[in-house]
Design a protein around this ligand. Sequence first.
Ligand SMILES: [Zn+2]
Length: 237
Amino acid sequence: MKRVLFKKLIIVMAIALILTIGLRISSSRSFQFYGNILQKVETQDKVVALTFDDGPTELTSEIIKILAELDVNATFFVTGKELEDNLGAGINLVEAGHELGSHSYSHQRMIFKSPAFIKNEIEKTDQLIRQVGHQGEIHFRPPYGKKLVILPYILRDYDKKTIMWDLEPESYPEIASDRKKIVEYVTENVKPGSIILLHIMYESRSESLNSLVGIVETLREKGYSFLTLSQLLKTNN
Ligand SMILES: [Zn+2]
């Protein structure tokens, strides 16, 4: 009787361990089982990429204007659903010289989903991104940064890179609520090849949008220039 209990206990502990490791890997910025995952680019050049997740939304035209005044081209990981609802905004982003990447169609966690579901999310979004005029590779960034086994495996089949980030100032609430602190955080932690993640497509993130001028001006003073993700990837050395 005791041995049976002991065996059960071992099994429960093993399952708990596997789940813990799995969840940690699914959120890891730099590890996945298959394919190409990128947190930052290895380069000696003082170059970085600004990347924005979600949208496009009705704020897109204001964002395009701000980036044009700063003379910066950025990369937008859009969701297929929002792009479908705002095709004009997508066209305007491409025409303004920004890069589009895929952030899935419906912005759900891509873990514990069937391969068919994930493939549909990728293909539908890619089709919309092509429809608004994006040329070249379409990189992928998983919603919530979540991936496990199936997503990376499928992305490898599509020959897609998983693009993460190395700077996420908004993950700290006391920083996210203050544009000056966002600028400070990015300036202090930036490295050659950094990929900066911000959410600027929603009103709730106005401090992020308002931090752009400060980020660009301060990093330029430090000798950095801004590239789209595909341009940044080419500096890999
Ligand atoms: Zn997102």
